[in-house]
Design a protein around this ligand. Sequence first.
Ligand code: FMN
Length: 293
Amino acid sequence: MKNLNFSVDEQKCIHCGQCIKDCMPSVLEFNENKIPKAANPERCIACGHCFSVCPVGAISIFDKKSDDAEQIYSQNPDMILNLIKSRRSCRQYKNENVSAEIINKLKNMLKWSPTGCNYHGLHFSIIDNNEVMDEFRNHVNTKILSALQNKSMKLITEKFSRYTKGFINGEDIIFRGAPHMIVVSNSIKAPCAKEDAIIALSYFELYAQSLGLGTCWCGYGQTCMKLFPELSEYLEIPEGYQSEYVMLFGYRNVNYCRTTEPFDVQITTAEKGGFEKLSATTTIKRYFWNFIR
Ligand SMILES: Cc1cc2nc3c(=O)[nH]c(=O)nc-3n(C[C@H](O)[C@H](O)[C@H](O)COP(=O)(O)O)c2cc1C
């Protein structure tokens, strides 16, 4: 953990104690003058809640000053819901590179997704050039086609044999002709390795679509990351890390004009007194089910 450099502008501090109350690992305490101090700095998880919550901007931490921080705007919930509803998986892309400006915007948002224990250990491998993407897709497609033709890798035959014709015809079954790809990997030691990665790509997807791009979760790409270890090396995934998921992106060559109606999800609402109504047999069954999973 780098030095906290926690300081409080005593002229500004109104002694409200919000920073202390909102500090999850209890790093902060009032000193004898009712000014917050970092009494247990070793516990800090660098979440920045103290800095963010201070109503008068009196706190500075990790050399960040309130004057440098971005304002928080109130969001339009209808627009956010519309973005969620209108998100689509894109499988038709323009064969051109996304502008460096947009790629930079995407790169800069990646650090903002939440991670379990505030671990922030994610690594992102980005292919931001369609010629590199072509090299990558050709390598993978050639290997899969050869394994399918020679029946040399059981896993490949299991996963991809139904697409054999497509691979022979040169169809890009896995990467859907996308000019770009992002692979998120995490340390095998991360407390929430998979969860952190999926959250990051979910944020990425929505932001990318708000910028007018198409995206597609690429489960087949993730399968390939596991099948072919050289891909991790090519993408410079660090030692001790493993690929968690893959997402394609690029300028869309298709427009979606309206939202659809997805299947309903199951929702239940817990009620007070529910424990008294539990059936003993179901509880035991559930216990064993959790245990054997
Ligand atoms: C975890 C996950 C993995 C997916 N993998 C692929 C994939 O490998 N190839 C593909 O074309 N689509 C893939 N998809 C996209 C789904 O097939 C897609 O969500 C579905 O067709 C519904 O379309 P929509 O996302 O536009 O609502 C994946 C989606 C998710 C959430």
